[in-house]
Design a protein around this ligand. Structure first.
Ligand code: HEM
Length: 150
């Protein structure tokens, strides 16, 4: 391998070269993302506002944590491991913008504790973008979105 080639990716991926390049740049891989997901949901479950919302809907945590690791692997490393539809799972939850802000606050804390600075910046940017679009989708489903033109 010459120095211009990217090393093999550490995480199984549908796009190994892209994944390897992101891993090299950010220090992220599936192992780091799994640790991030566990640290983040430990915080979520202890949070007095968000904890009960999750507790009312998730009895079996290990499959949720595996799904969230696959989600973050797809989002952050472009591995294509997650096949799901998050929006319908959030419509109908008792949440508003304040809950998303709180979710992001805990996510930023966990990312800063677990990832390198570049890795934390990479996942936080994506979390902020997805939280914004989920928040719009939840509001829109309630009829509080952008008013329709006549
Ligand atoms: C106020 C903030 C949030 C709350 C209370 C919340 C709550 C939940 C709950 C209870 C579930 C499980 C739903 C079920 O299995 O029936 C879930 C799933 C999920 N959430 Fe959130 N969530 C929040 C924000 C976010 C954000 C910002 C993201 C992404 C950055 C996200 C990504 C996901 C994904 C990928 C799933 C799995 C969906 C699937 O089953 O494939 N959530 N969330």
């Amino acid at each position: 391998m010459t120095s211009t080639q990217t090393p093999p990716s550490r995480s199984p991926s549908a796009r190994p070269a892209t994944t390897a390049e992101i891993e090299a740049r950010t220090g992220l891989d599936d192992g780091v993302l799994r640790a991030l997901v566990h640290a983040f949901y430990d915080k979520i479950r202890r949070d007095p506002v968000l904890g009960p919302i999750f507790a009312a809907r998730i009895d079996d945590w290990p499959p949720h944590l595996e799904r969230m690791t696959a989600f973050w692997s797809s989002v952050a490393l472009m591995t294509g491991r997650y096949h799901g539809a998050p929006v319908p799972k959030h419509i109908g939850l008792p949440i508003d913008r304040g809950h998303f802000e709180r979710w992001l606050c805990l996510f930023r804390e966990a990312a800063t504790e677990i990832c390198t600075a570049a890795g934390a910046a990479h996942v936080i940017e994506r979390a902020e973008r997805i939280a914004r679009s989920l928040s719009f989708a939840v509001e829109d489903a309630r009829g509080g979105g952008i008013p329709k033109l006549a």
